[in-house]
Design a protein around this ligand. Sequence first.
Ligand code: GLU
Ligand code: MG
Length: 467
Amino acid sequence: MTTFADPVPGGRPGDLRRVAALTADLSARGVRGIVLGYVDTAGIGRVKTIPTARLEAAVSSGVGMSPVFDTFLAHDSIVTTDVLGSPDGDLRLYPDLDELVALAGQPGWAWAPVDRITQEGARHPGCSRTFLRRIVTDAAERHGLAFKAAIEIEWSVGLGSAPAGEFVPAVSGPAYGATRQIELSDYTADLLAACAAQNVDVDQLHPEYAPGQFEISVGARDPVAAADRSVLVRQTIRAVAQRHGLRVSFAPAVSAEGVGNGGHLHLSCWRDGVNLHAGGEGRYGMTAEAESFAAGVLARLPALTAVTAPSPASYLRLKPSQWAGVFTAWGRETREAALRMITGTAGRHDQDANMEVKPVDLAANPYLALGCVIAAGLDGVTAARTLPDEITGDPARYGPDEAAALGVRRLPQSLSEAVEEFRADPVLRAALGPVLADAVTAVRLGEAAAVDGLGPDRVAAAYRWTY
Ligand code: GLU
Ligand code: MG
């Protein structure tokens, strides 16, 4: 659980009381340094590290880092907005001790996500973790709603010895195939051990469809903690792979053709400990509120795509008939609809029912993605939206008239198209606030311009090892 308290100069309430014991424990376990991490607007994890003995200083007064990373592109060139992207100013990174963990895949290191605040102690409007916490706190205060979320992780495992820049799958054999599981037996066992040591409850791990692809799914948590966990699990997958001579990619499309790496987002709304996606009067047990929430997300998917699929490479993945969910439609357990409703098995509906948002990949900043999806859902609740008819099967089979009659639209097919949708969406813009909304727009436009004129193979190659 995250505390939902913003840091202030002097730390989060209560942190200084426990930092000495925490530091002693980390030191006794051989932890020499702590990685302080956050995710920038482009979806890149950025870090500073401190020696373990500096944890108390970091907790009480933060660690300095320029705000310029809010407008960095994935390959480190810099764009600007009215207020971001200048060489001036500094921010303080405050580690969240609730999420601090010794890294099992990187002996000698611990990791903690940070919130960024100004030197004067105010919330930094460009901090995506602070943004998500604000959305979740507002949902609790205004609607009495809480959420459980989980982000699936698909990744491509390649040989570390492959020629520079190239992806050579580390396994052979079919999707979900036993051969792949055997070939990476030691790596995946070490990965499970590392997750367990870090208190990450893994639901499943399996060989996926694309060459060298695997997937891990983990237990649901509150949205901020779920986003933190997505970052931690990816850090772990990469670190353990490296120790096995493997190289991993979370890029939406390691190759221009074929199935990509998704980061499907699972989400459920709860009130007073009751899952609103089960036991209701609506379709598949949804309560009216859960249905309105889902309808709010469905209505804004074209604009959300700029946040959930933020890379030029994301649009190599977002193709029909590859289970990436590229049509604005919903259905029960329908893997080609952007929204897949999951009821869970008999006897567990009240715990397991949730919705899965599929057009999300791991180039996305998970805090921005969750915050924007929740904001869209809450707008649906406020407007008492209702869901259209569900679909079954693959919407790719519909002709234009049938699709229009059903209200089924193809999601944006390029980053530029997605940004146009995003810019025209007042709800997402208002939720993010002007500073973050402008940063998203500027970074996406910059990223699109960076690959202007490149064909699909070169786009895939450009981002293959970025995420
Ligand atoms: N790899 C697919 C994607 O890009 C998802 C496959 C699945 O449903 O697990 O979203
Ligand atoms: Mg999958």
